[in-house]
Ligand binder design. Structure first.
Ligand SMILES: Cc1cc2nc3c(=O)[nH]c(=O)nc-3n(C[C@H](O)[C@H](O)[C@H](O)COP(=O)(O)OP(=O)(O)OC[C@H]3O[C@@H](n4cnc5c(N)ncnc54)[C@H](O)[C@@H]3O)c2cc1C
Length: 285
């Protein structure tokens, strides 16, 4: 697929990166800005105090802060705590991912439509790419971890050409993940007082749009801009939600439509929909 380039001619339309690398970049950047990272903790409760909010953590300690940013993903438990009522919706598809050596031809996103499933390849570094496979399945299930590589090769069996070439390199079960695809779109407001949802906790598209992480990063940028614009945190959170909702909804709704088209065997309509959605996403945030 040729996607629209945001940075102009000669620049890639998208950049793939391994999750481990993205995590390293984000952690190093946070540390260089003086952030103290603490893991294996959660927010058990939040109490609004008018001009601040108290977060009660799972180790029993408390923090009085100006703002709590909740980024705990599609299955967010903190969302429930805030009374923001949205249940992740299963799209009827399971996605497979396997890290494979990057073939010389893999210089962009490739999608291949099979008789039932769809597959493709996305480069994530000079040496590696990931091969994806979308499986239509009315009720999600779980396969034994140690069978994942064999089962993925089997499901890729009907494909020829480039997929067949890549398929043979899927050998290690630990390089393969298989997940049920759930989507989420919370209606506004995304905040309850000084506690705000960002990323998948507010909006989870299915992976076909390859944009969930990009939306999450955009949320962080826009939230920082709005907080810099006014000392009134509640006003900033309101402006943040209003700037982000429609763009996130565009992606989530397009991703749900892609899932429906694929399940209806109307894959030929998918590239056009993906192209139009990515074209719309090229607008300024
Ligand atoms: C198979 C698959 C492929 C994908 N491919 C792409 C792609 O190619 N491109 C793209 O842009 N996006 C892709 N996505 C989407 C992308 O992974 C998500 O949109 C992105 O990770 C969302 O980031 P997040 O920080 O909001 O949430 P997450 O990455 O889900 O992070 C949430 C974090 O919160 C932690 N947590 C959970 N509950 C609590 C709690 N109660 N308290 C404290 N911490 C908690 C979790 O451990 C986790 O570390 C894909 C998703 C899937 C499932």
């Amino acid at each position: 697929m040729e996607l629209p380039s945001l940075l102009g001619p000669g620049r890639p339309a998208q950049a793939g990166i391994a999750r481990s690398e993205l995590t390293r970049v984000l952690r190093d950047s946070a540390a260089s800005h003086g952030a103290v990272l603490r893991t294996a903790l959660t927010v058990a409760q939040t109490v609004e105090n008018g001009t601040s909010v108290t977060a009660v953590l799972s180790d029993g300690t408390t923090r009085d802060v100006d703002l709590v940013v909740v980024a705990d993903g599609a299955g967010s438990k903190t969302r429930e705590l805030l009374g923001i009522d949205v249940t992740p919706a299963y799209t009827g598809q399971m996605v497979w991912r396997a890290v494979v050596p990057r073939p010389a031809w893999a210089d962009r996103l490739f999608t291949f439509f099979g008789p039932g499933d769809n597959a493709g390849l996305i480069p994530i570094s000079a040496a590696y790419a990931y091969c994806f496979l979308t499986e239509n399945l009315p009720t999600p299930d779980v396969l034994p971890d140690d069978e994942l590589a064999d089962r993925m090769r089997e499901r890729l069996g009907p494909f020829g050409g480039r997929v067949a070439e890549v398929r043979e390199s899927i050998r290690k079960p630990e390089d393969v993940v298989r997940r049920a695809v759930n989507t989420v779109l919370a209606e506004l407001p995304w905040n309850a007082g000084r506690v705000v949802l960002v990323g998948d906790a507010a909006h989870t598209p299915s992976p076909q749009l390859v944009s969930g992480a990009a939306l999450a990063v955009e949320d962080a940028v826009v939230l920082a801009e709005e907080l810099a614009r006014t000392p009134d945190v509640l006003e900033a959170l309101d402006a943040f939600g209003r700037r982000r909702h429609d763009r996130a909804a565009l992606v989530v709704e397009a991703s749900r439509r892609v899932a429906r088209l694929e399940q209806a065997g109307q894959q030929t309509e998918v590239p056009g929909l993906l192209g139009r959605t990515h074209g719309a996403l090229a607008a300024a945030i």
